[in-house]
Design a protein around this ligand. Sequence first.
Ligand SMILES: [Mg+2]
Length: 228
Amino acid sequence: MIKNILFDLDDTLLDFKMAEKVALTKTLEWAGITPDQRAIDHYSKINSRQWERLEAGEITRAQVKLSRFEIFFREEGIGADPAQAAARYESLLGQGHYWIPGAQELLENLQGKYRLYLATNGTASVQHGRMDSAGMKEYFQDIFISEELGADKPSLEYFRICFDRIPDFKPEETLMVGDRLTSDILGGNRAGIATVWYNPENLPAPDQPKPAYIITSLDQLPGLAAEL
Ligand SMILES: [Mg+2]
């Protein structure tokens, strides 16, 4: 029987792609780059690669924040200061929020039936700003932001710290729900808890890391959790 549900935040409950697009558009305008789809796609590709390097343990979070703008400006031939851009972008990212369709209803539905936890990789100031803006902290027993924990998903260290903070924690009573295979699913598998891959684009499931369960819409989660 499931008692604890750990939720990823970005692109699982809140639409990070939308928040990113708004903050990036304003940052690019500041840097003198036309914020068209080409520029946004270029930045996104560089950004994803830097996060993969973080997940692989190659670089730190601080390096991700700076290097994505350093590389982007260099490849775009722009002379703007990457450190200033990074600070501006982060401040903008912490403002406003955009729910994934059905996410707020899902939390309303699950609240009281399960102990809900937020398990996110991210910058504390940004994530607190977005969660406050969405008014969503009230749904959670505890909030685990990697920057505050000093470890990131998918490391076992991250999950150990989370589990230590969950009262009467039992792995067989715990689910990890998230959209990202390389952090949420790989991390949950390593930590010995069941994983639910939120896969709204209905992409083919890989063999590794293998999610225990797959949902394509958040409204499928209550039924699944009740069966386990
Ligand atoms: Mg995510």
